[in-house]
Design a protein around this ligand. Structure first.
Ligand code: KIV
Ligand code: NA
Length: 270
C-alpha cells in the first residue's frame, strides 16, 4: 500500500504534474476516489451536494466532522482536507484554531481549507505556525454568497481582479500550502498562479492552475444541472433512474426476488 500523500508532497508539485483533486463526503465514494487522487476535499459543498441546501451557509462544523470521519475511514493514500464552514473561523484566529484543531483531531485529516478573503492572512499564519496546514480559497467564495447575491464568477472588473490577486497573495505570504481558485477567467488564474509560491487548484478557473478540483457528484452527472465549468464524466442520474425504474417494475410485477435471491433451508441445515 502506498504511503499517504503529505503537505510537503503537495507543496512540491508547484509547476509540476497537475494535482488531481475531488470532493468526498462519505466512505464508499472516498474508497473509489482515493487511488486516483492526490487530494480529497471534504467540502462544505456537502450542504448542497448531500443535504439539499441552497447554499453552504447552513453547514456546521459538526456536519463537517461527521463526513470527515467517514472519508478518513476509507481514504488510504490521498491527502484529506476538511473545509471549515461558515461561522466557524472568520471571527478571529483563535476561533479558527479552535475549529481547525477539532476538525483535525476528531477526523484524523491532515489539513483544513478556509475561504480566505484579504483579511484572512493573519488567520492562515496563526494556524500554520501552530501546526495546522491551511489551504486557501480565493476568487468566487461561496460563503460570500449573501454579499455577492449568489454564485458569480470573479474578475469582470479591475477591482475584482485586484481583490482576487490580493486574496491569493495574503494566503500565500501567510503560509498556505495550496490555494483553490474558483470561478475566474484564464488570464486571471494564470496571473495568480504565477504570483504565488503555493500550488493553485482550479475549479472553473481554466487549465492555467497547478491542479484541478470538481464537486464529485457534479462530474459524475448525479444532478440535473451543473455549472458551465463541469465536465460530466458519467451520467449517474440516468443510471440510477433506469435501475430504480427497473426495480420498481420488477417488484410490482413480482419478478423480484427470484430463486437466486431467496433463502431456502432444508431441516438438515440446522
Ligand atoms: O466545498 C467545496 O466543494 C469546495 C471546492 C469545490 C473547492 O470548496
Ligand atoms: Na467549500
Amino acid at each position: 500500500r502506498k504511503k499517504r500523500i503529505g503537505v510537503p508532497d503537495i507543496r512540491a508539485r508547484k509547476g509540476g504534474e497537475p494535482l488531481v483533486c475531488l470532493t468526498a463526503y462519505d466512505a464508499p465514494m472516498a474508497a473509489l476516489l482515493d487511488p486516483h487522487c492526490d487530494v480529497l476535499l471534504v467540502g462544505d459543498s456537502l450542504g448542497m451536494a448531500v443535504h439539499g441546501m441552497d447554499t453552504t451557509i447552513g453547514v456546521t462544523l459538526d456536519m463537517m466532522i461527521l463526513h470527515g470521519k467517514a472519508v478518513m475511514r476509507a481514504a488510504k493514500q490521498a491527502l484529506v482536507v476538511i473545509d471549515l464552514p461558515f461561522g466557524s473561523y472568520e471571527a478571529s484566529p483563535e476561533q479558527a484554531f479552535a475549529s481547525a484543531s477539532r476538525a483535525l483531531a476528531e477526523t484524523g485529516a491532515q489539513a483544513v481549507k478556509i475561504e480566505s478573503g484579504t483579511y484572512a492572512g493573519e488567520t492562515v499564519r496563526f494556524l500554520t505556525e501552530r501546526g495546522i496546514p491551511v489551504m486557501g480559497h480565493v476568487g468566487l467564495r461561496p460563503q460570500a454568497a449573501l454579499n455577492d447575491g449568489g454564485f458569480r464568477a470573479k474578475g469582470r472588473s479591475q477591482a475584482e481582479r485586484d481583490r482576487a490577486i490580493a486574496e491569493a497573495k495574503a494566503a500565500d505570504e501567510a503560509g498556505a500550502f495550496a490555494i483553490v481558485i474558483e470561478g475566474v477567467a484564464e488570464d486571471l488564474a494564470r496571473e495568480i498562479t504565477t504570483a504565488v509560491k503555493a500550488p493553485t487548484i482550479g475549479i472553473g478557473a481554466s487549465a492555467a492552475c497547478d491542479g484541478q478540483i470538481l464537486v464529485t457528484p457534479d462530474m459524475l452527472g448525479l444532478f440535473d444541472w451543473a455549472p458551465k465549468f463541469v465536465k460530466r464524466y458519467a451520467s449517474l442520474r440516468d443510471e440510477v433512474d433506469a435501475a430504480v425504474g427497473q426495480y420498481a417494475d420488477d417488484v410490482r410485477a413480482r419478478r423480484f426476488p427470484e430463486a437466486a435471491q431467496t433463502y431456502e433451508f432444508k431441516p438438515s441445515d440446522g
